[in-house]
Each structure stands twice: as C-alpha cells, then as structure tokens.
Design a protein. Sequence first.
Length: 358
Amino acid sequence: MKFAIAVNMHRVDPQEDMREIAEQTLKLVQIAEQGGFEVAFAAEHHTIELTVAPNPFLQLTQWALNTSKIRLGTATIVAPYWHPIRLAGEAALLDVLSGGRLELGIARGAFQYEFDRMAGGIQQQGGIAYLKEILPVVKKLWAGDYAHQGELWQFPTSTSVPKPIQHPHPPIWVAARDPGTYDWAIKNGAHIMSTPLSRPPAEIKILSDKFHKSLADNPSIKRPRFMMMRAAFVYERREEWRRPVDAAILDGRHFENLFQTNGVVRNGFTQPIDMSQISNSAAYDSAQLHESLLFGTPDEVIEKLRLYEDAKVDLFCYGANLGLPWAETARSLELFIERVMPAFDERRPEKTPRQATA
C-alpha cells in the first residue's frame, strides 16, 4: 500500500493571512514529498474560505514549481463546473508544466451550496450526468480532433491544446461510492477514489466489496488502482486524542452548511451548524469518530491502516486538514512519515509491529 496526501488551504478566521496559508500548504506538500508520499491532491471548491480552491490546476502549478518528483492530483475536479475543452486544455497544460506528473481526479460534486452558485442550481444528484458525459469527451480531445453533440455540451471539431505529456493520457481517477459509478468508471478505464467519510471502520470493507464486485463484473478490463481517503492525525500520547476529535467535529459542523440550500455563509466563512439541527448527529459521537478516523498514536494508526491493507487498497490518502494550527498539522505528518509509513515499506525485511505481536 502506497500513500497520498490531500491538502487544502483552510481558512476559518478573517485575520489569517492568505499568503501565509498558501505557503504553509506548500510546505506540507514538500514534507510529504521528502517523506515518500506518491501523490499530493488539491481540491476544487468555490466561494468558501473553509477550502480555498477555486482552481486546483493553479495550485498544482505552484506545487509543481516547488517539488520535483511527487505526483500532483485533483481531488477532485467537479464535472458540472467545467466545459470539456477547457478541462482538457488546462489539465494537459498542468501535465506539461509538471513534467508529466498529473493525476486527474474528477467527480460529480457534493455540495448543494456550490451547485446553486456554480451549476445553475441543478440538484447535486444531477452531477452524475455531467461526469459521465465529460470524461469520455476529454479523453477524445486529448487524442486529437473531435466534434461533440451531446446532451449537455455541443461543439464543432476541436482538440486539446496543449496535449498531455503522458501517453495515452494522464491517469484518471473517479470519485465513487455507489456500485453504478464504480462499474461505469472501471468500464471507462479510470481508477477509483473513495472515502468512508466519518463512518465506522466496517465501511472500509463495504466500499472494497463494491470495488471488487465491479472488477468481477468486468473481467476483461485491467485492474485499476483503488484509493481511500480519511482525515488523519497522529500524536505521541494516547491522552491527546480529544484535540483532533474536537477539531473534526467542529470541521464537520462547518461543512454541514454546504449540503443545504439555506446554509449560513457570511463573506465566504461558513457558520457551524448547531448539533440539534444535524439529522445524523450520532455520527458526531466523539468515541466513534476517534475509532473511525485515522487518529491515534503511531502504533494505533498502523493497526487502523491494516484494515485498508486487508481491503486491498492500493493508495491510502491522508486527509491533512482539520483546522488545527499549522505546527501541529506538520508534526502529525512528520510522525506519520517517521513512525507509520515504515511499517508498510515492502523493502523492509524486518517484522512490522503487527507481525511481531501475532
């Protein structure tokens, strides 16, 4: 199992300097590169300070200019917000500028708040139609001249300018949780990125079973890679567990706003939803969150990661942003690199902690 990192520019206070946040985000990517992470992912979000990400390709360009080997991914491009020609060209340009390091992740979108502003108010569930139409079109534009007459987009003969460096094209990832999207993505030659969200550990196997069922249903297709992402935080002592859990609860209360059409956002800053207004408030139980998310001492985190390894996850994505101070966030990442990742290094002949106690 290899490792990726998802890093956002996370701003919760108007007094925070955006330039400093951008620099700290870049430093986390550089720490991840030095520590052996395979991919760094940037998100796409609009009009919210909680995740400052209006164009992931622009952010990835900055990372590309300040790194040398870590691959650079979008997690994710939101299909309804893009025209196929623009997406093909901007993605290919990033591939050129990064020396062929692009991993293109794409999704239907999650937040109704954004859909009301970026996608003409269509219902979030309708984003799947945009995903299914845009992905094959982008691949054809990368290949050469192509004219398109679809349900959502129509344009005369065009091509991607520039063309990507990677052949036949950069790796494509599709965000999926339901079996139909798994199956469609695999049929279209995409890798799968998924997340158990904050659900209990049993969700890991549920998602893995969906992936492997889709593989079995498509035996002639080469096996794609399978990635899962969880919020992560590593600390030295067990008694430190409460701080990241409380941060995750507050972060979740902020994000609850974005699934609603009447969520309160003032000047880009989301207001945390009162727990009494959250229909799934049981999901915010502190003990359950501590068990579900990738929180713990290095040894505890290693044991939690064994569930992903057992589920045949190829790439685990470390979710780096909880809204905690940068120094704590960086220290967590360093502990993960120094004391967790070596347990999954296939080159190490010695026993891992799990094997030693078996």
